[in-house]
Design a protein around this ligand. Structure first.
Ligand code: ADP
Ligand code: GN1
Ligand code: MG
Length: 379
């Protein structure tokens, strides 16, 4: 696993030299850290010429993505498929609506430097807007519509199945085991400060395993899903229309609930993901309705009754799962998620657990929203 993410900040790289290994148009002018992703080191590379594009350069997190060749093979397959499908739709702008992998000068989809770091490069999608939580139901609708459309477009991705880039990524049993292992090891002597959160986890673990039981019973179809639908992984255009789904590292076989649950727990929380004032944390039903409407609009007729029946639950499941992962990482010494201060992962987990409580208080309404939207979609 990666070294402590705080100690890992900010590594100094000779970005000009790294960029020279990619087939970019124009010349390197400057590079700076970009975005708020928790996983990779991401840089915006600007070129000196007005008529040349800018680029996103990423140092891939090898502590998390253990097989970079498989990772990039997936991304190349997925982006090619999306591009082929969009190219048949009039008015599509392929360079803005799909990630474009910029090849290395040796033709590969990545570059490995002399220290062993893996780098990749994408065309920068400029003039976009991005949100940590969606500001209004109209944008929530757009985000839902776009993530739903993404699933639709990938539904006919030809065999073979995509590689599983992170084993057991959303498997709750695995994350619970890892959590209790980290708790027992208590490598950083932090367990004493999280008694309330441990009780919270214990009191809900069995309910949350419900989803795993459905999977084990074979009741849900395996699809190609994005699996990391945090709402800042959809870029919007200036008019607030969904533009491009990014962060394709975890596109692999999964269940529709992974994409719905993760988007809703991130997008419909009125507070920041690491908000320290927990009273700011609230799950917003109007945003939820907007998102669900957009998602079901795109997937109209594609989902089974069993799938829609558990969509509302998936929001709770993901608030629990992501909160558990943050707390687990806090106990392990912040090795997975990038942090900017020592208690950030603890704070993040508290936000998810408070969000889950907020969902619990409104769960009947959440279920009603999904049933009435899916009844309308069937009508
Ligand atoms: P992480 O896995 O660390 O979240 P992402 O691939 O999501 O990494 O990239 C981090 C951030 O960089 C995104 O949230 C977004 O702001 C920005 N970004 C990534 N790719 C692009 C792109 N092609 N064009 C514009 N911005 C991008
Ligand atoms: C990570 O990559 P990013 O920052 O979009 C994580 C997600 C978590 C999210 C929590 C590969 O998403 O699973 O839900 O942080 N991605 C990976 O903010 O672990
Ligand atoms: Mg991201």
């Amino acid at each position: 696993m990666a070294q402590n993410r705080a100690e890992n900040l900010p590594p100094l790289f000779d970005l000009r030299t790294v960029v020279a290994n990619f087939s970019i148009q124009g010349t390197f002018s400057n590079g700076r850290p970009f975005g708020s992703g928790h996983i990779h080191d991401t840089f915006l590379i600007q070129t000196g010429e007005k008529d040349c594009p800018d680029y996103i350069l990423q140092r891939i997190n090898q502590g998390i993505f253990l097989d970079v060749l498989q990772l990039m093979e997936n991304i190349v397959r997925v982006t090619k498929h999306l591009r082929a499908k969009l190219s048949t739709m009039p008015g599509s702008n392929l360079e803005r609506e799909v990630l474009t992998v910029v090849p290395a000068v040796d033709g590969r989809s990545f570059h490995q430097d002399e220290k062993g770091n893996y780098w990749r490069c994408y065309l920068f999608i400029d003039h976009h807007r991005s949100f940590d939580h969606v500001p209004n139901p109209e944008l929530a609708f757009e985000a839902g519509k776009h993530f739903g459309r993404f699933l639709n477009l990938l539904a006919d991705l030809p065999a073979p199945p995509l590689h599983e880039t992170i084993a057991g990524f959303h498997n709750l049993e695995i994350h619970l085991q890892r959590f209790f292992g980290n708790l027992q090891a208590d490598a950083c002597n932090r367990a004493g400060t999280v008694a309330t959160e441990i009780d919270f986890i214990r009191s809900r673990a069995d309910e949350m395993k419900r989803f795993q039981r459905l999977v084990q019973a074979g009741l849900l179809p395996l699809r190609v899903t994005h699996n990391d639908t945090k709402v800042d992984n959809v870029l919007f255009d200036r008019q607030g229309r969904g533009l491009c789904i990014i962060d394709l590292d975890t596109v692999m076989p999964g269940y529709v609930h992974y994409d719905f649950g993760d988007a809703v727990r991130s997008g419909c929380n009125l507070a920041r993901e690491d908000e320290s004032d927990l009273d700011q944390v609230n799950f917003d039903l109007a945003l939820f309705k907007g998102y669900a409407k957009g998602f079901l609009f795109s997937l109209c007729g594609c989902l089974s009754g069993e799938e829609t029946a558990h969509l509302a639950f998936s929001a709770k499941q993901f608030a629990f799962l992501v909160g558990l992962r943050f707390l687990s990482d806090y106990l392990a010494g912040d090795r997975y998620f990038r942090i900017t201060h020592p208690s950030q992962n603890l704070q993040r987990s508290r936000v998810q657990f408070r969000l889950l409580q907020s969902m619990e208080g409104q769960f009947a309404e959440m279920e009603d929203i999904i049933s009435s939207l899916s009844a309308k979609a069937r009508a």
